[in-house]
Ligand binder design. Structure first.
Ligand code: AMP
Length: 281
């Protein structure tokens, strides 16, 4: 695996590969890699000639400085994992390399996508995500870019940015990879204490209960069920929403024959867990 720290060198190298007609698959990450990330690398490897993974903990998408400080950084282990998975190129830039000047926001209007759920609880987060992803796309110029549905709203934001800026990249959304007890894999899971880790699967169990009861209970009853499950375990519910799968607009009534997404954010000690489930009615 080739490792690049300089954008210009990576850009030149990829340009020569593209000239040879090779397709580039790109997996942007913030490191502390786990099997969720590895699944994206595997899917990219199946579909593209060259797989590029970036590791960059993007300061402008953190609304909480303590979260940024605590974010796990495990570059040596990450490099080994990527190497074993057959990733071709790791891009591991410094902040100066990504933002030589001030971070430049992409000038798009995210509308509702930036004001519901994660957007309302993490002000500025999606602007920061769009900023770094646009910059990374400029450097890597991928044919395909792979994102996890674990961050459902993020996928919607990236697709909207690509649409508004008419970027020449295909966005591939990949399924959420879970631990055997259902907990969605996340870099932040390593920050959970042993006791917290034992409680964490309640989040996905609760979403699964919502799915089972989607046609038996009213929306307000589903909200009550979620709050009760989460709070009786001593966790704090930041939000639970049943939303339209495309616009992410909160749904007020469950119509049958539609597809919704149930999205949740929970605080467990110092860690914030997010997850979602597709709800077909
Ligand atoms: P992150 O390093 O957390 O920024 O994540 C990098 C990419 O991996 C994003 O597209 C995430 O949605 C994706 N990802 C993170 N966790 C998972 C998971 N458990 N399953 C699938 N994709 C994931």
């Amino acid at each position: 695996m080739k490792v690049f720290e300089k954008s210009s060198l990576l850009n030149e190298h990829l340009a020569s590969l593209k000239k040879e007609g090779r397709s580039i698959g790109f997996v942007p990450t913030m490191g502390a890699l786990h099997q969720g990330h590895m699944a994206l690398i595997r899917i990219a490897r199946e579909r593209n000639d060259v797989v590029v993974c970036s590791i960059f903990v993007n300061p402008v998408q953190f609304n909480d400085p303590k979260d940024l400080e605590r974010y796990p950084r495990t570059i040596e282990r990450d490099t080994d994992l990527l190497e074993n998975e057959g990733c071709d190129i790791l891009f591991f830039p410094s902040e100066k390399e990504i933002y030589p000047d001030q971070p430049c926001e992409p000038g798009i209007n995210l509308g509702m996508l930036d004001s519901v759920m994660e957007g309302s609880h993490r002000p500025g987060h999606f602007k920061g995500v769009a900023t770094v992803v646009k910059r990374l796309f400029e450097i890597v110029k991928p044919d395909d870019a792979y994102f996890g549905l674990k961050d459902f709203q993020q996928v919607a934001v990236i697709r909207e940015m690509v649409r508004q800026l008419k970027l020449d990249v295909n966005i591939v959304a990949c399924p959420t990879i879970r631990e055997s007890d259902g907990l969605a894999m996340s870099s932040r899971n390593t920050l959970l204490s042993d006791d917290e880790r034992k409680l964490a699967p309640v989040v996905f169990k609760t979403l699964s209960q919502v799915k089972e009861n989607i046609l038996n209970l009213k929306i307000s009853q589903l909200h009550d069920l979620v709050r009760k499950n989460i709070e009786e375990k001593g966790m704090s519910l930041e939000y639970f929403e049943i939303a339209d799968e495309t616009t992410l607009e909160p749904v007020v009534e469950i119509a049958s024959g539609k597809t919704f997404v149930g999205c949740i954010a929970v605080r467990l000690g110092k860690v914030r867990l997010i997850d979602n489930i597709i709800l077909n009615t």
